[in-house]
Write a protein that binds this ligand. Structure first.
Ligand code: IPD
Length: 285
């Protein structure tokens, strides 16, 4: 049975190419690619110097490690699924209106990486006709590969993972990312921090949104929200959280989370309370 590839189909005028994608096979191949990039990142970290850091914007950094990791990933994915498009953090390959689109963060948690602290991760997602169908987050420092494909459940290093059952904030551990370049909604942010400081087990800011999403899927966190994220930070995590039984939305509870910079994600039982607190503070105040 074909897994992925191109099957030529001739008619009298031209030759059409049909792509048949098996999500599980693709996901397995992407894990190998993410691990390879992750091993490169781990090796480079051993002798990494902060002098190699370039500043992209306020508190927004990049180095040759991010760029080289992205080049390796893009080259491998082009071979895996020829003709697919790309959205990548470091811009190695541009977007195109292809049926298949890869969304890649070659090193999520760059600030952690620069400072030599965990976690940091490789994040790779596949979209088919604008639907997210596969995601891999490889957290380098713990050698943990989280992955999922449409209809295939969610996994960590070969073991099934699932979100928690916690239903109210008093039973939850919440993850977030602090604003670092857009400070326009600080009051809403502080109010939300205040609510969850007083009504949960606590808050964590671990510095890699892709890892936040993977940890949510694995039941380590119960909820995660952040403003100002990019599609490459979260696309793979969205697939993994959903396949692990969780829910994802923008701050208003809608579907515009990938490109709006507004992300709310949690287990299903807690989702309504979580999303409503965030909507009240960020949208309705
Ligand atoms: C960042 C991390 C961080 C989050 C930032 C992201 P990057 O990604 O995910 O946790 O707070 O918003 O930009 O820049 O290290 O790939």
């Amino acid at each position: 049975m074909p897994t992925t590839g191109f099957a030529p189909e001739a008619n009298s005028f031209s030759i059409h190419y049909i792509t048949i994608v098996n999500y599980e096979y693709i996901c397995s191949a992407v894990q190998q690619i993410a691990r390879k990039a992750g091993h490169f990142i781990a090796e480079e970290r051993k002798n990494f110097s902060r002098e190699a850091v370039e500043i992209k914007g306020q508190s927004d950094f990049v180095s040759y490690v991010d760029k080289k990791s992205e080049e390796m990933i893009v080259a491998a994915l082009k071979l895996l699924l020829p003709g697919s498009g790309f959205i990548t953090e470091e811009g190695t390959a541009g977007q195109s209106g292809e049926k298949y689109l890869w969304i890649i963060d070659p090193l999520d948690g760059t600030t952690n990486f620069i400072h030599g602290m965990p976690p940091y991760a490789v994040s790779i997602a596949l979209m088919e006709d604008k639907e997210l169908v596969a995601g891999v987050v490889y957290e380098v420092t713990n050698d943990e590969c989280f992955y999922a494909w449409k209809g295939g459940k969610a996994w960590l290093n070969g073991q099934p993972i699932r979100v928690t059952e916690a239903a109210t904030s008093k039973d939850t551990l919440i993850a977030t990312g602090f604003p670092y370049y857009d400070f326009g909604r600080m009051d809403a942010y502080i109010e939300t921090l205040r609510y969850f400081m007083q009504n949960s087990h606590g808050l964590r800011r671990i510095g890699s949104a892709a890892t936040d999403m993977a940890y949510l899927a694995a039941g380590r966190f119960d909820g995660f929200w952040e403003q100002g994220l990019h599609a490459w930070d979260i696309a793979a995590g969205v697939v993994i959280v959903r396949e692990a039984g969780g829910k994802v939305s923008d701050f208003s509870g809608g579907d515009n989370f990938l490109f709006s910079g507004e992300l709310v994600a949690s287990n299903s039982n807690f989702f309504n309370e979580f999303q409503q607190v965030i909507e009240k503070n960020f949208v309705n105040s």
